[in-house]
Design a protein around this ligand. Sequence first.
Ligand SMILES: Cc1cc2nc3c(=O)[nH]c(=O)nc-3n(C[C@H](O)[C@H](O)[C@H](O)COP(=O)(O)OP(=O)(O)OC[C@H]3O[C@@H](n4cnc5c(N)ncnc54)[C@H](O)[C@@H]3O)c2cc1C
Length: 423
Amino acid sequence: MTDQNDQLTEPRPRRIVVVGAGVVGVCCALYLRRDGHHVTLVDRMSPGEGCSFGNAGLLARSSIAPMANPETFSKIPGWLIKSDGPLSIRWSYLPELTPWLLRFVQAGFRNKVDETAKALHTLTDPCVDLYKDLAQQAGRPELVRQSDYLQVYRTEKNFRHAACDFDMRRGFGFQIDEINQADIQTYEPALSNEYTHGYRIADHGYTVDPEALVKALAKMFEKEGGVVKKADVLSFDVNDNKPDKVVTDAGTIACDTVVVAAGAFSKKMASELGTKVPLDTERGYHVTAHDPGIEIKRPIMEGDAKFLVTPMAMGIRFAGTVELGGIIAPPNPKRIENIEDKAKRMFPEIKLTETSSWMGFRPSIPDSLPVIGPSSEMENVYFAFGHQHVGITSGPQTGRIISDYVSDRLSNSGVNAFRCDRF
Ligand SMILES: Cc1cc2nc3c(=O)[nH]c(=O)nc-3n(C[C@H](O)[C@H](O)[C@H](O)COP(=O)(O)OP(=O)(O)OC[C@H]3O[C@@H](n4cnc5c(N)ncnc54)[C@H](O)[C@@H]3O)c2cc1C
């Protein structure tokens, strides 16, 4: 048969550069490689050392309520007044942040909330099964655990306030039970008995080490023939409206397709490739207690202060809160102290003698949806960033969507909500 016929039945493998080796980039690279493409994954750090390093590791199947919603809006003034509240703004960053904030408010109208939840559900729902398979294939099944998780409250007011979110989740088929003080003590005896109300959410999961999980997936990608390159991506050479070289501080990489998966740093890259996106960052913090002297059995969300507590391989990790302050300013040590204070109140017996702390940049789009899909401006350019609070959860599904787009076999119109031309 002729070459022409071969092309009709079997498209030629592409030379693809994926920029960013966080959970999203690694998953894109892996699934693209499994489709037979020549894939180079480029990051200025080793895989899994950006925002994917220090998160709470929850495989948050049911986290489908967008951050921008009427319930959140009613809480924001109270959060901002408190110096140790779950949300803070670096006021010097406000002028730059204002367009993002305006879009955030716009996105919170009720009709958009339902649409957004539906779209997020397509991303988050399959996470536990996908990760169990991937971790097994990577030879590290112990990194992923299936479990329920708890959301606990000291105040009945906040518990009732969350009812709307949980009703929405129930509408998508999630099993959620209300629990009282006695139930909470039975599930997690180390918790303070100040917690009087809560929800138990069934059929979730978590990773005991997000960094190790991303590194294991990257290693599997290499074993399957992919290339991992440590380099800072500086720019792109574009010819005939297609990228044909990625320029890095360690030389150029010839390519015919680029996937931008650089997390909170994707805005400038997308812009260089002709697409403007309203991407900013919600900075988050963690404190890990390495010798906590207590045990917990499952992830727990502190519902009043809005952070997650996860039993991890290296200790108990307290992770969360939102600081709107851009990608330049250094971490604020006060946020770390606040988490430690709250950890002590939550678990009166905890030891915080050996701890480590961290800040990461959640890549966030004001409508709470990531950007996933092809560029509308340039051929052979795809975007996969903006996964805000659920990037670990949605990494594998994002990788599958991108590989479906590249191989032209996408059948799920539900993913149109993520396209970059929605702004
Ligand atoms: C405190 C906290 C708790 C969280 N908890 C959870 C949770 O429990 N569950 C959940 O699902 N999600 C959680 N998240 C969110 C999740 O961590 C992120 O959504 C996810 O890690 C984003 O992944 P990413 O691959 O898009 O970005 P990243 O992991 O940041 O990866 C982007 C990569 O791009 C690279 N890069 C950037 N610019 C360049 C360049 N010019 N050249 C080369 N490389 C470049 C960076 O070095 C980086 O490695 C949490 C986040 C925080 C901050």
